[in-house]
Design a protein around this ligand. Structure first.
Ligand SMILES: *Cc1c(COP(=O)(O)O)cnc(C)c1O
Length: 220
């Protein structure tokens, strides 16, 4: 194993390759290590290698796991990448540095209230249901401009747009579509790309990639 690159080094090399191909700078890509379902012991090696940006998809799980780790690594940034229930808005605002799945007016209201109460503005990505799938969260593309206006009215900082494309079909057209929606709405942040497709996402403009399996192995 002596010469084997760590998964983190491997992913960083893939990011560099995709950046080179698309004339981008690796420093402009935020690698969110998706640590959902992983124990503190599994997360520790990444922290020890200097990685400081992590994503979780459940508020409760993150509350159980992260405060102790953040105490040891205070410069850690934690992003909430999963669906958020409105009744968890206060907890989410308290713990996370960024929220990736703002997708509906009821959640917008809950988050605005939570941010006012905590006197803390947490940047949010607006999730777009790019495949217009019934079972998936996200604002429909046609509703996006009006929803963005509501988010801005509520004084919630907009980090950009986020998507989870339909599974098992080529994601590139959906990434390109999200990039176009962002450009049309004057936004530059793009949270897109997971373990199976992050190089493609980078070549199509991703600024935040959410990578779990490629860093931690398959989830049990
Ligand atoms: C789990 C998850 C990821 C990471 O998926 P991998 O395929 O393990 O890289 C990315 N984004 C969201 C929203 C997720 O829930």
């Amino acid at each position: 194993m002596e010469n084997a690159a760590t998964p983190l080094e491997h992913v960083r090399a893939e990011i560099a390759k995709a950046c080179k191909a698309s004339r981008r700078e690796p420093g402009d890509i935020a690698l969110i290590a998706v640590s959902k379902t992983r124990s503190a012991e599994e997360i520790a090696p990444l922290l020890e290698q200097g990685h400081r940006l992590f994503g979780e998809n459940r508020v409760q799980e993150a509350q159980d796991k992260w405060p102790a780790l953040i105490e040891r690594y205070p410069d850690t940034q934690l992003h909430l990448i999963g669906q958020l229930q409105s009744n968890k808005a206060d907890d989410a605002v308290a713990l996370f540095d960024c929220i990736h799945a703002l997708d509906r007016p009821s959640l917008l209201k809950a988050l605005a209230k939570a941010m006012d109460k905590a006197d803390k503005r947490v940047p949010c990505f607006v999730q777009v249901n790019v495949g217009e799938e019934d079972q998936k969260g996200g604002c429909l593309p046609k509703d996006l401009p009006a929803f963005l206006a509501q988010v801005r009215d509520a004084d919630i900082p907009v980090a950009g747009l986020m998507c989870i494309p339909p599974f098992e079909i080529e994601p590139a057209p959906f990434f390109a579509f999200l990039a176009k929606l962002a450009a049309d709405n004057g936004l530059s942040g793009l949270s897109m790309g997971m373990s199976g497709d992050y190089p493609t996402a980078i070549m199509l403009g991703a600024t935040h990639i959410r990578v779990g399996t490629a860093l931690f192995g398959a989830r049990g």
